[in-house]
Design a protein around this ligand. Structure first.
Ligand code: SAH
Length: 348
C-alpha cells in the first residue's frame, strides 16, 4: 500500500515537479531507494554530472546572536574568538582563485566588528580576481545588502533554519522570523542569487514542519538550498539533545531536488560529519555542490566550531580536494571549474 503510493508520488513529481503537503510527508517518511534514485536521475537530467566547488572562508567567529544550537553563540565564552583582518581575507581569496576556484564563500557569525564600508572594500578587492563572491554573514538592512551588492557580491546564503514560527522563536531568542523573511525578500529584490535551507533534527521539529520548509523553498523559488543536520554542541542549550537523523535529512535533500530540479544543492559538511562518506551519499541523492574550507590558519578552523568534530577539520585545502576527487570516482561525477550560477545549470 505504502510502496504503491510512494511509487505514484514519484511518478508525479518526476514529471510535474510539484507535490502537495501530504505527498511530501509520505516521501519524507517512507521514501526508500526509489526516492534517492529518482532524485539522482532528476539531478543528472537538469544539472548534469559536474560538481561545483566553492572555497569557504570563515573569516570571523564573533557573533552577537544566541541561537540555541550554535557553538558561536555570544553566550559561549569557552571559545576563543578570532577575526581575520581584511588583507588576510583578500589574500586568501587570491590564493583560492589561483588554485582554480571560481567561487569564494565568505562566512562569519553576526559580527558587528566589521563596518559595512570595510566589508564592501573587501568584496571589491576580491572581485578583481575572476571569482564569484557569496556572502553568508547573517541579517543586515536593505541598504547594507544593497551596498554589498553594488560592491560586487553575487550571492548570499541565509538559512531560514525552520519555517515553523514557534520553533524559530524558541531557538532564536531576540530574533524575529519576520525579519528573516524580510532579509530573504530584500536579497531577491536586489538581484542576488539566494540560498536558504534548514536544519534537520532540532528537538520539537516534526516531519510535517520539514515538509513545510521544502514547500516554502519551492514557493519562493530560491537558487540554492543547503540542508544541514543538527549536531549537538556541548556548550549550547541544545548540547544534550539528540543529533538529527541522517537518513531523514538525506530524504529531504532528495525531495528538494525533485521539486526544484535545476537549483544548486550542496552536500553539507554536517552530513559528512554525522556519517562516514555522508557527503558521497548526499551527492547521490540530488546534491551537486561541495564547499571546501580554505583556511590556512589551523586555529581559525578549530575555533569556528558551530558544532564539534567537523569533518575534514585537520585537512588542508589541497588534501580536501584530493579526498573529494576520490569520493567522485566511484559515483562517476567530476569537478567543474565554473562560477556555478543556477543559470549555468541550464547550459549543462
Ligand atoms: N551567521 C551566519 C552563518 C551561520 S553558520 C548566518 O546566520 O547565516 C551556518 C549554518 O550553520 C547555520 O545556518 C546553521 O544552519 C548551521 N549550524 C549552526 N549550528 C549547527 C549545529 N549545531 N549543527 C548543525 N548545523 C549547525
Amino acid at each position: 500500500m505504502i510502496e504503491n503510493s510512494v511509487k505514484n508520488i514519484l511518478e508525479k513529481v518526476k514529471s510535474a515537479h510539484t507535490l502537495d503537503r501530504s505527498e511530501v510527508v509520505a516521501l519524507l517518511n517512507f521514501g526508500g531507494e526509489e526516492l534517492i534514485r529518482a532524485a539522482d536521475e532528476t539531478r543528472r537530467q537538469y544539472v548534469g554530472d559536474g560538481i561545483y566547488i566553492r572555497a569557504l572562508v570563515e573569516f570571523s567567529n564573533y557573533c552577537t546572536r544566541t541561537c540555541f544550537y550554535c557553538g558561536l553563540r555570544a553566550e559561549n565564552n569557552k571559545i576563543h574568538r578570532y577575526r581575520m583582518n581584511p588583507d588576510e581575507i583578500i589574500s586568501t581569496a587570491k590564493m583560492v582563485s589561483e588554485k582554480g576556484f571560481r567561487t569564494i564563500v565568505l562566512q562569519s557569525g553576526e559580527d558587528c566588528g566589521f563596518k559595512i564600508d570595510e566589508l564592501c572594500r573587501i568584496v571589491e578587492e576580491i572581485k578583481k580576481n575572476d571569482i564569484a563572491v557569496t556572502l553568508s554573514i547573517g541579517e543586515k538592512s536593505f541598504d547594507e545588502y544593497k551596498m554589498l551588492k553594488s560592491a560586487g557580491a553575487d550571492r548570499f546564503l541565509l538559512r531560514i533554519e525552520t519555517t515553523n514560527k514557534e520553533l524559530y522563536q524558541k531557538y532564536h531568542p531576540k530574533m524575529s522570523f519576520k525579519n528573516r523573511l524580510r532579509c530573504l525578500d530584500d536579497l531577491r529584490t536586489l538581484g542576488y542569487e539566494v540560498g536558504t535551507g534548514s536544519l534537520i533534527g532540532l528537538e520539537g521539529q516534526t516531519v510535517g514542519m520539514i515538509a513545510d520548509d521544502i514547500l516554502f523553498f519551492k514557493k519562493i523559488n530560491v537558487d540554492m538550498i543547503g540542508i544541514g543536520v543538527f549536531i549537538p554542541h556541548p556548550d549550547t542549550p541544545l548540547g544534550v539533545t539528540a543529533a538529527g537523523d541522517f537518513e531523514l535529512a538525506r530524504r529531504a535533500v532528495a525531495v528538494t531536488r525533485l521539486l526544484l530540479p535545476d537549483i544548486n544543492i550542496p552536500a553539507t559538511t554536517a552530513m559528512e560529519t554525522l556519517k562516514p562518506n555522508g557527503r558521497g551519499l548526499v551527492l547521490e541523492a540530488g546534491a551537486n555542490v561541495v564547499m571546501l574550507n580554505a583556511a590556512e590558519n589551523e586555529e581559525y578552523k578549530k575555533e569556528y566550531s558551530i558544532y564539534p568534530d567537523k569533518a575534514g577539520i585537520n585537512d588542508s585545502l589541497d588534501l580536501s580536494l584530493t579526498k573529494l576527487k576520490k569520493t567522485l570516482v566511484p559515483i562517476d561525477r567530476n569537478i567543474l571549474i565554473s562560477k556555478g550560477f543556477r543559470a549555468d545549470n541550464k547550459a549543462v
